[in-house]
Design a binder for this molecule. Structure first.
Ligand code: NAI
Length: 342
């Protein structure tokens, strides 16, 4: 399989050796919320993927220009724009992967849960359309609060009779990206080598980086563990405060989401060595959904890996127990939102 990467210092010619005769650009990807702060840079990164043949951009406004702009990049994929609910079905037909970053972002002082009322409805409506038009697609949910929007998506897919737990993902890649970056900085490690699994959910204390499982193996003092854990959990807030009212993480999120899309496409393409942390239906704990490392394959989640949760440090084991009530409540809130309306 073609090795795609987002390493920035590769020359275009090296990056796309098959540009004239694309060998593997066969996958169709849609972004719902494509004109937004995440959607635009995410669309650009996906436009750079040699694995993509069609890139469909959907939003309720302002997406025509984004698509026109991107369509001038001489990479294999064809970019099409779709505006408003009347064009949503056409956007979705035949898609392999649907990424959903539609919704409102946080402002200073807001938690991810404060976004619930607006984003819950948006995700519900969009997932209904996915169920009707491309029920076999991988669905990547970015819209917050992910701990609740994923259960919302599940309920919608169940109501439509097309729920496949292997193909629905809450995107937590940014937590892993942050953990890798912060650990590499703190320990003077080569960034590219560092891999920290992050489990649990995607909000506050439900984000649990398992620093003891960092690869390459590295030791931390108790104070470092505390400082790094809190920084990774609050990475989103760091950005929200720095942007001072102008939104939340968009560029790093786009990077993280593009990595998750690329991993999904490599898995679809038959690469047997694709692992990512994400928020999925899970039996690892007593909670119905849980983020952990999973193996991705052609049909979606091939295995939810349990190894990371074995041999936890005392700090990690305590943090795991402490996050469960909040994560459980967020999951139940999402389920109740859909069931109330049924
Ligand atoms: P944004 O406001 O810049 O963009 C959102 C886009 O969604 C806008 O273009 C808007 O027109 C569109 N939109 C609104 N309603 C829609 C609908 N019904 N159908 C289609 N599109 C619709 O927001 P931004 O910064 O791009 O954030 C998007 C979401 O991603 C937020 O919920 C944010 O909290 C979440 N997020 C998730 C992260 C994660 O790690 N999973 C990290 C950062 C943000």
């Amino acid at each position: 399989a073609l090795q795609a990467s987002f390493v920035p210092n590769i020359k275009p010619r090296q990056r796309f050796p098959n540009q004239l005769q694309p060998r593997a650009s066969t996958y169709k990807v849609a972004i719902l919320g494509a004109a937004g702060g995440i959607g635009q840079p995410l669309a650009l990164l996906i436009k750079m993927s040699p694995l993509v043949s069609d890139l469909h951009l959907y939003d309720i406004a302002n997406v025509k220009g984004v698509a026109a702009d991107l369509s001038h990049c001489n990479t294999p994929s064809q970019v099409l724009d779709f505006t408003g609910p009347s064009e949503l079905a056409n956007c979705l037909k035949g898609m392999d992967v649907v990424v959903i970053p539609a919704g409102v972002p946080r402002k200073p002082g807001m938690t991810r849960d404060d976004l619930f009322n607006i984003n819950a409805n948006i995700v519900k409506t969009l997932v209904e359309a996915v169920a009707d038009n491309c029920p076999d697609a991988f669905i990547h949910i970015i819209s917050n609060p992910v701990n609740s929007t994923v259960p919302i998506a599940v309920e919608v897919l169940k109501q439509k009779g097309v729920y496949d737990p292997k193909k629905l993902f809450g995107v937590t890649t940014l937590d892993v990206v942050r953990a890798n970056t912060f650990v590499a900085e703190k320990k003077n490690l080569k960034l590219i080598d560092v891999d920290v699994p992050v489990v649990g959910g995607h909000a506050g204390i439900t984000i649990l980086p398992l620093l003891s499982k960092t690869r390459p193996s590295v030791t931390f003092t108790d104070a470092e563990v505390e400082e790094l854990t809190v920084r990774i959990q609050n990475g989103g807030t760091e950005v929200v405060e720095a942007k001072a009212g102008a939104g939340s993480a968009t560029l790093s999120m786009a990077y993280a989401a593009a990595r998750f899309v690329e991993s999904s496409l490599r898995a679809l393409d038959g690469d047997g060595d694709v692992y990512e942390c994400c928020f999925v239906q899970s039996e690892l704990t007593e909670l119905p959904f849980f983020a952990s490392r999973v193996k991705l394959g052609k049909k979606g989640v091939e295995a939810v890996l349990s190894a990371d949760l074995q041999g936890l440090t005392e700090y990690e084991a305590k943090a795991l127990e402490a996050l469960k009530p909040e994560l459980k409540a967020s999951i139940e809130k999402g389920v109740a939102f859909v069931q109330k309306q049924a």
